[in-house]
Design a protein around this ligand. Structure first.
Ligand SMILES: [Zn+2]
Length: 267
């Protein structure tokens, strides 16, 4: 995994570039005039249990963004990713680096405004971290007030693959660093996962008490830090999944976002 933009390849075919950061300034001006869709991967740097890397969320977001862009060569570009996100709920475990929500909002909104005022018209944020969802909705509403003609969409990842997720099977409590997220990382590259260190976390509702249990109820919403869920910060059992299951999940996500990107380009 790298945060560097891919090159044009041995062929030197610059028309095949799908990375915004690989374009020259004049090329970016031409691409902007063509109305291309910009895909902005965002994630988090935070604990992902004992077996997944800290950058799991941005790795998945970049992977999906690059695959979607490959379906739209000449029509979509992947922006350099924002690797940091809103993660105070993971701060009790080592490795987590969190941004204040207001700063994350400011970063994403500033990038969107800068792009809009340069003439870009379509942005799709591909978000690998649920803790960013609220902030991205705030950005969306703020941009509606200041830049109503800018198309600013954002998408989660895992929930876009309901079929592959349910085929795989998940424990009653599943989520962060659990079955789906671990399968996706194995599907991208098994070398990203320390498989011998994968451990189940909380897997059933009756293992939770107090505020953590209330946070899983439907209806009103309450936030909780991950040490209240499980000492190892894992929701679910990541030891049961395979790379093949992860590839099915990723394929379904890419298919969904490819259809959505086509619709955005048609606007
Ligand atoms: Zn994650």
């Amino acid at each position: 995994m790298t945060f560097l933009p891919p090159t044009a390849g041995c062929s030197g075919d610059r028309d095949a570039i799908t990375s915004y950061g690989a374009l020259t300034s004049p090329e970016s001006h031409t691409a902007q005039g063509e109305g291309r869709l910009l895909l902005l991967p965002v994630g988090a740097v935070e604990q992902h249990g004992d077996g997944l890397p800290l950058a799991t969320d941005v790795i998945r977001a970049e992977h999906v963004a690059q695959r979607v862009a490959q379906n739209f060569v000449g029509r979509a570009l992947v922006m350099p990713a924002i690797p940091y996100g809103v993660s105070p709920h993971h701060a009790s475990l080592p490795g987590t680096v969190t941004l204040p929500p207001a700063l994350f909002i400011q970063i994403i909104e500033t990038i969107a405004v800068c792009l809009s005022e340069s003439g870009w018209t379509r942005i799709l944020v591909i978000n690998g971290h649920g803790g960013n969802n609220g902030a991205l909705s705030v950005v969306q509403q703020s941009l509606l007030a200041t830049h109503p003609d800018l198309i600013f969409a954002w998408s989660p990842l895992t929930s876009l693959a309901p079929n592959a997720n349910s085929r795989m099977g998940r424990s009653e409590i599943s989520g962060h660093s659990g079955e789906s997220e671990t399968a996706q990382m194995l599907g991208i590259d098994p070398g990203l996962v320390d498989q011998k260190s994968l451990r189940a976390g909380v897997t059933a509702l009756d293992q939770l008490t107090g505020r953590a249990r209330l946070s899983r109820a439907t209806g009103p919403n309450i936030a909780v830090t991950f040490d209240k869920y499980a000492p190892n910060g894992v929701l679910g059992d990541p030891t049961t999944v395979t790379a093949a299951e992860g590839q099915e999940i990723l394929d379904e996500i890419v298919e969904c976002l490819t259809d959505y990107a086509a619709a955005l380009l048609a606007l």
